[in-house]
Design a protein around this ligand. Structure first.
Ligand code: TRP
Length: 440
C-alpha cells in the first residue's frame, strides 16, 4: 500500500492536469488520445513492471542496481550507464517541472486575490501574460517550489508527504469531478468530448505518435529510474503486476478526466486549443471566476495540484540523490541541495524562455521547447527501450519469473510485450518520427 501510494504520488502530477491536455490540444485530439492509451497499455505497463522488478532485485540506487544486476546475470556491469542517463534525465525534467510547479503556487495566490472573479477570457490571458512576461515573478515561484522540494528530500521526510496523498489524490479527483459537472453545463461538452474521442487519423503525424508515447512515459514516471528507485523499497511479497496496474489506472483516469474538463471550457470561451503550456492556467481560472464560491474552490484546487506536483518533483530528485549519497558518501541534505540547486540553475533557462529569451530559438524552439523535447521525446523513450531490453533479454527467465510471482499467463504476456512489442514499438516510432523530423 505504501509503495502504491508513493508511486501514485509520483505519477499523478502536472503531467496529468497540465501537460496531457495541452499536448493533446497541440496534436489535434482524438487520434493522439487513442495512441496515448495504446502506449500506456502495451508499452507503459510492461516497462513499469520491469522498472519495479529491477529496482526490487537490486535494492540500490538505479546506477548501482543496473551494474549489480548486469553482473548477477553474468553480463556487463556497464548497464550502469542506463541508470546514469536516467539520473541526468531526472535533473533535466525537474528543471522545468519546478517552473510549472511554481506556476501552480503562484495561481493559488492569484485566485485568492480575486483577479479572476467574473473575469473574461481576455482578462485571464492578460494576467497570464503579465505573470509569464516577468522573469522575476516566474523565477521567484520556481525558487519557492524547488526550495520546498529540496527541503523535503534533504530531511528524508517524503513518507509523510506520501501518506498525505492518501487523501489528497482522491480529493483532487473529487474536485475534478465537480469541475466536470461545470464543464457539462457550458453547452460545449459534446464538442469537447468529440475533440478528445473522435480520432482523425489523417491528422496524425509520426511526431504526434512519438509525443503520445513520450507523454505516456512522462505521466507514468517511467523511463528514467524513478520507479526503479522506489521499487528498491518494495517488500518481496507485494504483487508487482497489481501495483503497476493500480498506478496506471489511477494516472490515466485523472489525465482523461482533466481533458474532459478542459476542452469544453476551451470551446465555450473561444480559446486557442493549441495555446501550449499555459492552457491550464487560462481555462481553469476562467471557470473558477464564473462559479459561485470559485475563489475558495479554485484556491483549494491549485493547493492540491501543487501538492501533487510536489510529490512528483520529489520522485524526480530521488534517484539522483540516492546515487550521490551512496556513491560519494554524502549526507541526504548535501546531496539534495547539490542536485536541487543544479536543477534550479538549469530551470532558469525555462524561466527566461517566456520573457527575456523568448525570441532566442534554435532546433525545436525556445530553451524550454528543447529541454522538453529532449527529455520527453528522446530520453524517456530510449530509457524505456533499454529497460525493456534489459528485463526481457539480459535478465534470465528465472530471475524475472521469480520477481513476478511465477510463470503463469500474465507472466507470459508481460514477457511477450517486454521482449517484442515494447522494444520494436518504441524503436519504430522513434526512428519514424526522428527520420521525418525537420529539426529547425
Ligand atoms: N509523472 C509525473 C507527472 O505526471 C512527473 C514525473 C515524476 C516524472 N517522476 C518522473 C516523469 C519520472 C518522468 C520520469 O507529473
Amino acid at each position: 500500500m505504501a509503495f502504491v501510494l508513493a508511486v501514485t504520488g509520483s505519477a499523478v502530477g502536472l503531467g496529468n492536469l497540465w501537460k496531457f491536455p495541452y499536448t493533446t490540444g497541440q496534436y489535434g485530439g482524438g487520434a493522439f488520445v487513442l495512441v496515448y492509451l495504446g502506449c500506456v497499455i502495451l508499452i507503459g505497463m510492461p516497462v513499469m513492471m520491469s522498472e519495479i522488478l529491477i529496482g526490487r532485485r537490486g535494492r540500490r540506487n538505479p546506477v548501482a542496481t543496473m551494474a549489480l544486476l548486469g553482473a548477477e546475470e553474468g553480463k556487463s556491469t556497464n548497464w550502469s550507464w542506463l541508470g546514469a542517463i536516467g539520473v541526468i534525465a531526472g535533473v533535466l525534467i525537474l528543471s522545468y517541472y519546478s517552473v510549472y510547479g511554481g506556476y501552480t503556487v503562484a495561481y493559488i495566490v492569484k485566485i485568492l486575490s480575486g483577479v479572476f472573479s467574473n473575469a473574461k477570457a481576455t482578462d485571464v490571458i492578460a494576467v497570464r501574460d503579465a505573470f509569464e512576461g516577468s522573469w522575476v515573478s516566474v523565477g521567484l515561484f520556481h525558487t519557492i517550489f524547488m526550495g520546498l522540494s529540496i527541503f523535503v528530500v534533504a530531511r528524508g521526510v517524503e513518507g509523510g508527504l506520501e501518506r498525505a496523498n492518501k487523501f489528497m489524490v482522491p480529493t483532487l479527483f473529487l474536485l475534478l469531478i465537480i469541475l466536470l459537472g461545470y464543464s457539462m453545463n457550458t453547452g460545449h461538452f459534446a464538442e469537447g468530448l468529440a475533440f478528445m474521442f473522435t480520432p482523425d487519423f489523417s491528422k496524425l503525424t509520426w511526431e504526434a505518435v512519438l509525443a503520445a508515447m513520450g507523454q505516456a512515459f512522462f505521466s507514468l514516471s517511467i523511463g528514467m529510474g524513478a520507479v526503479m528507485a522506489y521499487g528498491a523499497y518494495l517488500p518481496e511479497e507485494t504483487s508487482i503486476t497489481t501495483s503497476a496496474a493500480a498506478v496506471a489506472v489511477a494516472d490515466t483516469t485523472i489525465a482523461i478526466t482533466a481533458g474532459m474538463v478542459i476542452f469544453p471550457l476551451v470551446f465555450a470561451n473561444g480559446l486557442d486549443i493549441g495555446a501550449g503550456p499555459s492552457l491550464l492556467f487560462i481555462t481553469l481560472p476562467l471557470a473558477f471566476g464564473q462559479m459561485t464560491g470559485g475563489t475558495i474552490f479554485g484556491a483549494l484546487f491549485f493547493v492540491l495540484l501543487s501538492f501533487a506536483a510536489w510529490t512528483s518533483a520529489i520522485s524526480l530528485l530521488e534517484s539522483a540523490v540516492a546515487w550521490v549519497v551512496e556513491k560519494y558518501k554524502r549526507s541526504r541534505a548535501e546531496a539534495a541541495t547539490l542536485i536541487g540547486v543544479t536543477c534550479w540553475a538549469i530551470g532558469l533557462g525555462t524561466v527566461l524562455s517566456f520573457n527575456v529569451l523568448k525570441d532566442f530559438r534554435f532546433l525545436r524552439g525556445t530553451i524550454y521547447d528543447n529541454i522538453d523535447f529532449l527529455t520527453i521525446n528522446v530520453m524517456l523513450p530510449l530509457g524505456g527501450l533499454f529497460i525493456a531490453i534489459f528485463a526481457g533479454w539480459v535478465m534470465s527467465r528465472n530471475s524475472t519469473a521469480e520477481e513476478l510471482g511465477g510463470a503463469g499467463t500474465s507472466y507470459r504476456l508481460w514477457r511477450l510485450l517486454v521482449r517484442f512489442a515494447a522494444p520494436t514499438g518504441i524503436l519504430f516510432i522513434f526512428l519514424k518520427a526522428i527520420g521525418l523530423l525537420k529539426l529547425s
